[in-house]
Structures are given as C-alpha cells and as structure tokens.
Design a protein around this ligand. Structure first.
Ligand code: SAH
Length: 277
C-alpha cells in the first residue's frame, strides 16, 4: 500500500490549484497576518487531510514550528523557516514552556507564525496550553482544527468512531497522565459509560487498562483494534480481544491508537484502504 507516495502528486497539484486559482478568496479565508500565530492541525498522517486554512497557512507563514507527528511532505510545500519543536526519542526534547515562549517571541517580532501540530491541536496536543500562553501575552491567534487520529485514523482503518448498530457514544482517553503513569481515573465508571473507548498514548498501559476494564465487567472477548501509523504508508491494523490487548499492544508499533468496542467489527467489511490506489 503506497499511501502517501500515491497521494502526493495529486496533493501537490491540488495545492498549487488551491493557491493559484484564488480558492482562498472564493472561500473567504482570512490571511495569516504579521504578528499572528495560527495553531494548525496537520491531521494524522496522509498530507491530503490538512484543511484549506492549513494549506493557506503553509503558503503564507514566515516561520513554522512543527512537531514530530507532522508529515514531512507538508513541510516541503513551504519556503518558511522551519523549527522542530517536538518530542522524539534521540532528539533533544523541547519543553512546553520553551515552545510557548518562542511562539510569543516570534509573533512579537512581527512574524507570521504557523504552529503545526499532528492531528488536531486541541485533542491531547497541548494546543490549549500554547493558546493560553499567547492569550496571556496579548498575541493574536487562530485555532485551525485538524483531523484527529482517534477519529480520522480509525476511518483509515475502516472503523467508524460511532455506528448506529454498535455505539451511540464514545469516550476519548489518554493512557498516561502528566506524571508518565497510567491516567488516574475511575475506570469502573469509564467501563460502564460509552460502549466505545478510544485510547491515545496508551500502548504502554494497554494491559493495565484492559485489566481495569475486565475487573469492571467488560467481556474478555470484546473486540479491540490497535491502529498503528494510521493514515500513513505503513499503517497496520491489529484486531484482537480485550483479553489479548496487553500482549498485542506490547508487540505493536509505538505510534498507535487503541479502540475498544463492537464498532471494531466493521473494520473487515469497511477496509476501503485495501482497494484505494
Ligand atoms: N493531537 C493529536 C494527538 C497527539 S497525542 C491528534 O489529534 O491526533 C499523540 C498520540 O496520538 C499518539 O501516542 C497516538 O496514540 C496518537 N496518534 C497520533 N497520530 C497517530 C497516527 N498516525 N496513528 C496512530 N496513532 C496516532
């Protein structure tokens, strides 16, 4: 499956079409102005999932602060100065305060600043903290939502995040808290709540989470999926059960979304990506 390489030529053509044919004016898109910061969601992988506002920001920015999850193809579309502001093993991590301070400094220098983040900036992405820093410093900013991994990533695995026959509600959870340990929450209440649970940053604690849910009455054979590298070239979908979730997650790729619930059963029937070019 050559997902991005297949999409890229069409995407590049679409990008130039959007920028050249005054699409921005037709859509009434605001411009990224000097001294402003746009916090933009880049989507989970496939560069085609960025929004029109995001594309325009790429074209207009003077400087881009990007994180580790941002697709590199998107960055190649821009001549702006690029600053890595992510947290990745082997590369010096940027502290959250340093990133926020840099955003404020660059904006106050009169730059057009694009803060490009994986998925959606306001979903487990610390976009809220960065926006708070900007608000407190009196810097103008715009939030440009993106496709979050826990919805769009599942769609690329053929799993609708809600489905009438399986779940009328969904809970989004982060697997680990700020202290790096399993998120402290009332897992029994979570278990009794929405039928479908979508877990971000949960690979390390998948076994513990499964134990908590089983202890609270969820069934051993409840379907689960581990969607690794969703919407990327190397996407992999592992369908398993709650009883086996911990062991399967341990062996899975590090970048993954975990989904627990009967909607997982649709993955086989709705595996559209297998036939996409
Ligand atoms: N703001 C992002 C989430 C950042 S938290 C969003 O809205 O998607 C980082 C976690 O998101 C990862 O640990 C993983 O659980 C999930 N994630 C992000 N991109 C992913 C992808 N392409 N495939 C699978 N999981 C992904």
């Amino acid at each position: 499956m050559a997902l991005q390489s297949g999409i890229f030529p069409a995407f590049a053509a679409c990008y130039s079409w959007a920028m050249d044919s005054n699409i921005a004016a037709k859509l009434g898109l605001p411009a990224l102005e000097k001294g402003w910061v746009w916090l933009v969601g880049a989507g989970p992988g496939d560069p085609g999932l960025i929004t029109a506002l995001g594309l325009q920001a790429l074209a207009q920015a003077d400087v881009i602060l990007f994180d580790a999850l941002v697709d590199e193809t998107l960055l190649t579309l821009s001549d702006a100065e690029k600053i890595y502001a992510g947290k990745r093993a082997g590369v010096r991590s940027c502290k959250q305060d340093e990133i926020s301070d840099l955003l404020v400094t660059l904006a106050k220098e009169g730059k057009r600043v694009l803060r490009l983040k994986g998925g959606d900036p306001f979903v487990f992405g610390r976009g809220g903290e960065e926006a708070q820093a900007l608000a407190r410093a009196g810097v103008n900013f715009r939030i440009v939502p993106g496709v979050t991994a826990g919805i769009g990533g599942l769609a690329y695995a053929g799993i609708p995040v809600t489905h009438r026959d399986t779940n009328h509600a969904v809970t989004f959870i982060t697997g680990h808290g700020v202290d790096g340990k399993l998120t402290k929450m009332d897992w029994a209440a979570v278990s009794r709540g929405a039928p479908t649970l979508v877990l971000y940053m949960a690979r390390r604690f998948a076994g513990e989470i499964a134990q908590e849910l089983l202890a609270a009455g969820r069934k051993q054979d409840e379907p689960c999926a581990i969607v690794c590298n969703a919407a990327r070239d190397n996407q992999q979908v592992i369908v398993t059960t709650l009883a086996r979730l911990g062991a399967e997650a341990e062996a899975a790729e590090p970048l993954c979304i975990i989904v627990i619930g009967q909607n997982v059963m649709l993955a086989k029937e709705l595996n559209w990506l297998a036939s996409a070019s």
